[in-house]
Design a protein around this ligand. Structure first.
Ligand SMILES: Cc1ncc(COP(=O)(O)O)c(C=O)c1O
Length: 455
């Protein structure tokens, strides 16, 4: 085993061998023999196998040190293995690892729900805990049906809400939906998501008009709409930020129709965009709020939160919860989440997202200002997307950029319905030198990746 240097977590990329090295390649061959072939993409340049991560650094099986600009799907808001979070998990593991979430609950469940209620935008907030983001979305959709008795749902083009059947019905990606279409709720209508940067998309007015139409169509089809679900900033759709006031007008319209507005802040929640929740950028309070990813401090945890009015659509439990799961309120996840929420506040991570995000954005705009194949950079805080393609999106170019970045020791992901966006969602704890290295390295990888795409 390689012993970490004390600087591990704050290091710049340090490559010992071109990735994937021999050990990662050997692991890929073993994996192919035991994992369903659909899960992990195994290609000549992908993947590298992680063995250790701290702060913004990841070490792979061959000893290469990377700068993680994804926060591992946006989870590691406080950095990988933050010492205070690791300590809380260790301590909890010594006393109670698993409990009986909805029967004889772990005491920590109370503390976590209280902490979430404190952060939520309603005077009285009630929640249901779960393990994955998809499950939080399922709970929100179930809540909306109970509260409105209307089965129709409006979701947005470009949306990603998860892959379990209820959530998948509201996820706008054809590749994910295609084979399972016959299992999906047929009362979901998709409307355009307005996006300032990609001019060919709908304006806010057109999107709101489409929402209005979708309400009428739902009514006519015998599927009146009870819920509208939206990401305040679309994440996997390519870090798409709606125009100012769009979310407010959407909320007004949804309420005028007597339906509920669900904000999916699974990606944007807990500081990533430079506010605790993205809803604060416009001061728009939804009826239901889905959170996940960062919440667990690295352990699986999610929640659907709502005001008492809405959440009381659920009947009082008489001994069987209508929605629960074996690991609901899992003590390790709750302890980790509580430690994460303390770190978020104590280390002023929300402010750091704003400052470091502005710095990286400025740096990238400058470094790529003469690159005609880049359309622009969008996002808020430390949630940024580099849009590839001058006049039209370059399909799949994001993956070429991610491949070039990996060789340079930067972990990146592609996003966007055409894979034409490079998504940045690093830990908010990124140091100054790491932010600088990210700007230089990403700008270089963008040029190299675009060259490879063209070749
Ligand atoms: C906005 C959003 N909602 C829901 C999900 C699904 O979360 P999970 O993968 O934990 O089920 C994701 C995952 O990327 C997401 O970005």
């Amino acid at each position: 085993m390689i012993h970490p240097s004390p600087a591990f977590g704050r290091e710049l990329p340090r490559m010992l061998t071109p990735p994937p090295g021999a050990r990662s390649s050997a692991l890929a061959a073993r994996l192919a023999a035991v994992e369903s072939r659909n899960v992990t993409f195994l290609g000549p340049d992908f993947p590298v196998f992680w063995t250790e991560a701290r702060g913004a650094n990841v070490r792979d099986a061959d000893g290469n040190v990377y700068l993680d600009l994804t926060g591992a799907f946006g989870v590691s808001v406080a950095g990988h293995a933050h010492p205070a979070i690791v300590e809380a998990i260790r301590e909890q593991a010594g006393t109670l690892v698993h409990g009986m979430g909805d029967v004889h609950p772990p005491a920590l469940k109370v503390e976590l729900l209280e902490a979430l209620a404190e952060l939520a935008p309603w005077r009285e907030c009630l929640g249901v805990l779960a393990s994955s983001g998809s499950e939080a979305v399922e709970i929100a959709l179930k809540t909306a049906l109970l509260a409105t008795d209307r089965p129709g749902i409006i979701a947005f083009e470009g949306s990603y809400h998860g892959l379990t059947p209820g959530a998948l019905a509201t996820t706008a990606r054809d590749d994910f939906r295609g084979p399972f279409r016959r299992h999906l709720h047929d009362g979901v209508r998709f409307v355009p998501f307005p996006d300032v940067l990609e001019g060919e998309d709908a304006s806010a007015g057109e999107a709101l008009e489409a929402v209005r139409r979708a309400f009428r169509e739902g009514e006519a089809a015998g599927r009146p709409v009870g819920a509208v679900i939206v990401e305040p900033i679309q994440g996997r759709g390519g870090v798409r930020v709606p125009p100012d006031d769009f979310l407010r007008e959407l909320r007004n319209q949804v309420h005028a129709e007597g339906a509920l507005l669900i904000f999916d802040e699974i990606f944007t929640g807990f500081g990533r965009t430079g506010q605790t929740f993205a809803l604060e950028h416009e001061g728009v309070t939804p009826d239901l709020l889905c959170v996940g990813k960062a919440l667990g401090g690295g352990l699986p945890l999610s929640a659907c939160l709502g005001s008492r009015d809405v959440m009381d659509a659920w009947p009082i439990s008489r001994g069987e919860a209508l929605h629960t799961s074996t690991f609901l309120g899992h003590p390790l996840s709750c302890a980790s989440a509580l430690a994460f929420l303390r770190v978020l506040e104590k280390e002023k991570l929300v402010e750091r997202a704003r400052e470091t995000g502005a710095r990286i954005r400025r740096g990238l705009e400058e470094a790529l200002s003469d690159e005609p194949r880049v359309r622009g950079i969008r996002g808020r805080g430390l949630f940024l997307g580099i849009v590839l393609g001058g006049d039209a999106p370059l399909p799949g170019a994001g993956a070429d950029v991610a491949a070039a970045a990996l060789q340079a020791g930067l972990i990146l992901l592609a996003a966007g319905d055409q894979g034409h966006v490079v998504e940045l969602s690093p830990p908010l704890t990124l140091t100054g030198p790491q932010a600088e290295a990210a700007v230089q390295g990403v700008a270089r990888a963008v040029r190299e990746g675009l060259d490879a795409w063209e070749a």
